[in-house]
Design a protein. Structure first.
Length: 93
């Protein structure tokens, strides 16, 4: 399995830990240091922030979590949209 990750320190740490734990099935492909156009997750967040969550004013962190979970659940059930995030980044699934 190939994972494509950005260079966020937490992601680098997680990848190193997986490789140390003998995850021989894992191959990490790193994105350039700053390349949001190559990261499909950026499109997910952009559509979430500027779309369904644009006018959400949560009362607390639990409301924010619930709203975000609803948006991401919608994306999970729209395979064409999920594929479009990868297509926009010129990545294959």
């Amino acid at each position: 399995m190939i994972l494509v990750w950005d260079r966020l320190p937490a992601h680098r740490s997680a990848a190193r830990q997986l490789l140390v734990d003998a995850a021989s099935w894992l191959q990490v492909e790193w994105l350039p240091p700053y390349a949001p156009d190559l990261d499909p997750v950026e499109d997910v967040w952009n559509q979430s922030k500027y779309g369904a969550l644009a006018n959400v004013i949560p009362d607390d962190i639990h409301d924010l979590h619930s709203a975000l979970d609803q948006v991401l659940d919608t994306f999970r059930h729209e395979p064409n949209r999920m594929h479009s995030f990868f297509d926009a980044a010129h990545l294959s699934l």
